[in-house]
Design a protein around this ligand. Structure first.
Ligand SMILES: [Zn+2]
Length: 65
């Protein structure tokens, strides 16, 4: 179980990255969205989809469980 956040700054194509707590690529931004604890990145992405249409798991941390 890990805690996940949405990076508030979208990528160039408008996709928002979902990061696991402690990821080195996660910005310390006051507007980042906490989406709670999830067993897998997959369920974290489903939660993130409630905030933004286009979300993707971070390539750095999204593959881990
Ligand atoms: Zn990440």
């Amino acid at each position: 179980m890990s805690f996940y956040h949405i990076n508030p700054k979208p990528l160039e194509d408008g996709t928002y990255e979902v990061h696991r707590e402690g990821c080195g690529l996660l910005v310390k931004h006051p507007d980042r969205i906490d989406i709670g604890s999830h067993l897998t990145p997959d369920t974290a992405l489903k939660s993130a989809a409630r905030y933004y249409d286009k979300v993707v798991a971070c390539v750095h941390c999204g593959g881990d469980t």
